[in-house]
Design a binder for this molecule. Sequence first.
Ligand code: ADP
Ligand code: MG
Length: 266
Amino acid sequence: MEKKIISVINQKGGVGKTTTVINLAAGLSMKGKKVLVIDLDPQGNATTGLGLSNNISSDRTIYNVLNGNKKIFEVIKQTNFENLDIISSNVDLSGLEVETAGESRRAFKLKDELALILNDSRASYDYIIIDCPPSLSLLTIMALVASEALVVPLQTEFFALEGLTQLMKTIERIKSNLNPSLEIRGILLTMYDKRNKLSGQVEIEARNYFKEKVYLTSVPRNVRLSEAPSHGVPVLLYDKVCPGSKAYFKFTQEFLEQDKKVESAA
Ligand SMILES: Nc1ncnc2c1ncn2[C@@H]1O[C@H](COP(=O)(O)OP(=O)(O)O)[C@@H](O)[C@H]1O
Ligand SMILES: [Mg+2]
């Protein structure tokens, strides 16, 4: 069966998680796939990057689902983009860990809520893509428990691989305790600068170590990618032909090919 629930994860901030979520989601939706993005970062960057508000007046957020105040179907919002819905986030989410400290099953809350979506014919999503916060906190654990597969953006800079060791340990721990079928779908090299020798070195090391888990596509450093979010539009729509867009279109294609392979092997 196709893996539908995908987290984009790396406990380091600023490595391209949110940019990848927004543009993978946009790319898939442009291919006719129905996509739900879940913004699981209190910063709400995926929310604003997809044109919605992350101000605190809204109670239709993932926070209110995870604390039990709202049903998940009540908080799904449409974006301005076809086939692309979102459950938004705001800074309220940063209080969840402390507020739910007494609840024993809280790590499963997101998984349980997503099961409601998967089992309901009203919401026929092809993919649910979760934007993780830059930490290994409760929110990230919830994402790891709920996910079927992971996409790990890896910024091609010094120390990038060292940060991955801790993430891999956490993933292994979750696999052996809480979610045995969790798998790493792929590692995406981001902010690649071909004029910088270091980018090439990190790429070689990553491919040596993680082999075919590293996507063939790498995302170049491209200023258009950093401009698009302030317009609330995926770069794929903001500037279709810039190098960043070309890379994310290519990545979307590579991502879809993975499901084709799984289907033909089944
Ligand atoms: N390939 C890229 N080239 C240039 N800027 C990028 C690229 N990817 C992301 N950015 C910018 O870098 C910053 C961090 O990226 P972001 O996707 O928010 O990372 P994270 O979600 O991991 O913290 C943002 O301002 C974003 O617009
Ligand atoms: Mg982010």
